[in-house]
Ligand binder design. Sequence first.
Ligand code: SF4
Length: 302
Amino acid sequence: MDTSLYSPCELCPRRCKADRTNGKTGFCGMPAEVIVNKSMIHTGEEPVLGGKGGCGAVFFEGCSLRCIFCQNHRITSLTGKGRSYDEESLAKLFHELASEGAGAIDLVTPMHYAPTVAKAIKRAKETGLKLPVICNCSGYESVSTLKLFDGLVDIYLPDLKYYSSKVSAKYANAPDYFTTACMALDEMFRQVGRFEIDGSTGMMQKGMIVRHMMLPGNLFDSKHIIDYLVSRFGDDIFISLMSQYTPMPHILENEKSPEELRRPLSKDNYEKLCGYLADLGQTNAFIQEMSSSGSLMIPDFN
Ligand code: SF4
């Protein structure tokens, strides 16, 4: 691991080559300095994650995908309200969350800081952290960057967001999303393998949960995603189908926003997708109540 990976930066598939150690930023909008917007005990993740104590979530500022409808939109760019961390202080933060009762450490969108975060996980584990470490990310990742986490991350929690390159170009300026994410998911699965659940606690110790948040007007795209995940990984992973899409104020206020993203997800389409997944024979899956849509699922960021 080498901090020169920040400069020129090619950590994510955008490969902007930004000189992040000299104050420049690329598509993700972040310098090399790690900025955490919020750390908290988070009880809203899938039920096999965190247990009674919840997950010790660490929300990093910035994102290299930046979907136009992002539910965490407020922290996808520098807010000026985050705190900066190095590998030592980040490792200390993981220990603090563990001592608050967290059942897992949940790193939310860490990949554009991967060299520092990997060192911090290593340091925390060397100094006694026993909790599973979760990497919660967009799926749009470089295999070479993921390799920095090999042997350090226990649970991968990626999204698989888009199938069609037209859809991923329209919503995230990433026509290569699906092919790139497929390679990333293969690397994540290579590292962690089939999931393992602790028989006494019911908590996942290692493995992969792939999330797909269904978007209004995109049932066709979602079905392709499900087809792919079931045929590629089946019950070796969990598939988490999310209904929590919420049209955020920045989408509603922008007259150029796509019309379909201005409305909430239809219950009928979400139920169709859940039925489709069940008909394919997938048994390891999570679905959400439609009441998950709305601001309740979105942390109150700094
Ligand atoms: S991590 Fe950021 S700066 Fe680096 S290549 Fe990706 S978008 Fe560009």
